[in-house]
Write a new protein. Structure first.
Length: 77
C-alpha cells in the first residue's frame, strides 16, 4: 500500500478516536496491503450487536476514504 493510502486510512481512523476513547474503546491498524487491512479493536465486547455496529461503521468509513480497500478484517486485542 502506498504511504498516501496508509495516511488516508490513519487520518480516517484518527477522526473517530475521541468518540471511541470516550466509550473506553480504541482501534489500530495492524496490517495493510494494496487492497486489505487488519484493524485491531481494544475494549469492544466481542460479538454483541454494538460491536458489530462499530465494525460496520468503521468498514464503511474506510471504504469511503480508501475505496481500494476491499478486504477489511477485525481482530480483538
Amino acid at each position: 500500500m502506498s504511504n498516501t493510502a496508509a495516511q488516508v486510512i490513519e487520518a480516517a481512523l484518527r477522526d473517530i478516536q475521541p468518540m471511541l476513547a470516550a466509550a473506553g474503546r480504541s482501534i489500530a491498524i495492524r496490517e495493510t496491503s494494496d487492497t486489505s487491512c487488519v484493524i485491531e479493536l481494544t475494549g469492544f465486547c466481542g460479538d454483541c450487536a454494538c460491536s458489530e455496529s462499530y465494525k460496520h461503521g468503521i468498514a464503511e468509513l474506510l471504504r469511503e476514504h480508501a475505496p481500494q480497500i476491499v478486504d477489511i478484517r477485525f481482530v480483538e486485542a
